[in-house]
Ligand binder design. Structure first.
Ligand code: DI6
Ligand code: FE
Length: 401
């Protein structure tokens, strides 16, 4: 059945630019966009349904390409400590940080994890998100990583959102492997990844490459196994220091390298060559009161695609609004509202390996879009959060919450 959507303006975001069509019409069929263009040029046809969008601005459904939505507990106590001057690294060294969330996540039942993650994910969906990536990484054992990944899969079946699941077993060293990081990496490579992949729970593999997490050599072992399993890789790189993890990621044709405040121009050149997307996380930059900016000039100069994500996690970015991240990308990183919007649509789709089917409004793509009651596309990066009036369409079906 064909459906016609009309009386709207569209920012198609084709090729990562607004690519505006004024007074547009969109024809959807079986969940895909069949035709899109100026209403005047609409081919004659029969429509099962016609929707008037009352002059709304239509954009692709927003894509949050980096989140850690599933975890137990929260860390507002550590937030208070950090405000008194204790650093993130000091808290981590004292057994807090990621380790405290790991304890809470291991203790939580699958049902509890699902219920709390569902609430957080609903916040993202109410903000116009139609696709999201969710990482494991607060379990750090085969059973508890499996528990998280199962919750991630269930979120994708029970909520109106396309979910990509990423295994981040190499997020931190679990306490039972204290001082034995290489042994934990072996366990990930020999037991965890093969088992979780065989169970169909993993779409991509990530790791945290940092002096307080894993070295480039250890990350490379994980990447090699991911490659053997046919899984694409991503990497948390250059967040707190420069280990050239982003260049390593590029060597493995990573979908993305994320954070990147401390990356160099050489890293940017390597990422451009491999088509690895730079995922910037302004919520973590803001929440950690980081002062080192990602090298925007180098990223632009070498044509690296830039995505923006919430990094939704309990320690460094308790961010429940992807649109708030658009504003932060503009105010903190000096991105334009157009670049920022491309960063949560076309480039975010590419960062998830979904760039051919999602991220822009073009014939043949999945009909995921949001009709916003706003004056101009820049309004999406202008308002600081809030619940904007909108209609959300996923695979051609109105799923407005
Ligand atoms: N970088 C981050 O910002 C998050 N994970 C990562 O590798 C922080 C995770 C946390 O503090 O719980
Ligand atoms: Fe992260």
């Amino acid at each position: 059945m064909k459906t016609l959507w009309q009386h709207c303006n569209v920012a198609t975001m084709a090729n990562g630019t607004y690519s505006i069509i004024e007074d547009a019409a969109i024809v959807t069929r079986d969940g895909y966009i069949e035709w899109i263009g100026p209403r005047q040029q609409l081919p004659t046809g029969e429509y099962g349904q016609t929707h008037g969008l009352e002059g709304a601005w239509v954009t692709p459904g927003l894509i949050d390409c980096h989140t850690h939505t599933v975890f137990g507990g929260n860390r507002s106590g550590e937030f208070e400590q950090r405000l008194q001057g204790v650093s993130y690294a000091e808290i981590a060294a004292a057994g807090g940080g990621i380790a405290s969330t790991v304890r809470a996540t291991r203790a939580a039942s699958e049902e509890e994890l699902f219920a709390s993650a569902r609430q957080r994910l609903l916040c993202l969906l109410r903000d116009g998100v139609t696709s999201v990536e969710i990482k494991s990484g607060y379990g750090l054992s085969l059973e508890s990583e499996r528990k998280i990944l199962r919750v991630i899969r269930r979120l994708g079946t029970e909520l109106p959102v396309t979910v990509r699941s990423t295994c981040l077993a190499a997020h931190a060293l679990p306490p039972e492997y204290k001082d034995r990081a290489d042994d934990y990496i072996e366990h990930i490579c020999n037991e965890m990844l093969p088992a979780l992949a065989a169970e169909g729970l993993v779409d991509a593999v990530d790791a945290f490459c940092e002096y307080l997490a894993f070295s480039p050599t250890q990350v490379e072992r994980v990447f090699k196994v991911a490659q053997q399993l046919g899984l694409p890789v991503k990497l948390h790189a250059e967040q707190l220091s420069s280990l050239h993890g982003s260049s390593l990621a590029a060597r493995y044709q990573a979908l993305s390298a994320d954070h990147l405040e401390f990356m160099t121009e050489e890293d940017a050149i390597a990422m451009a060559a491999s088509g690895t997307v730079a995922v910037l996380l302004p919520g973590a930059f803001y929440f950690l009161r980081e002062t080192q900016l990602p090298p925007m000039d180098a990223l632009r100069k070498h044509g690296v695609k830039i995505a923006i994500a919430s990094d939704l996690n309990p320690g460094t970015s308790p961010g429940l609004s992807l649109r708030l991240m658009l504003n932060m990308a503009c105010t903190l990183f000096r991105m334009t509202p157009e670049e920022a919007l491309a960063g949560v649509t076309q480039h975010a789709a590419t960062a998830l390996g979904m760039g051919e089917t999602h991220g822009s409004l073009e014939p043949g793509k999945v009909a995921d879009f949001v009709a916003w009651n706003i004056d101009r596309p820049a309004d999406l990066a202008y308002w600081l959060g809030g619940d904007l009036d909108k209609r959300v369409v996923r695979s051609g079906v109105d799923v407005t919450l």
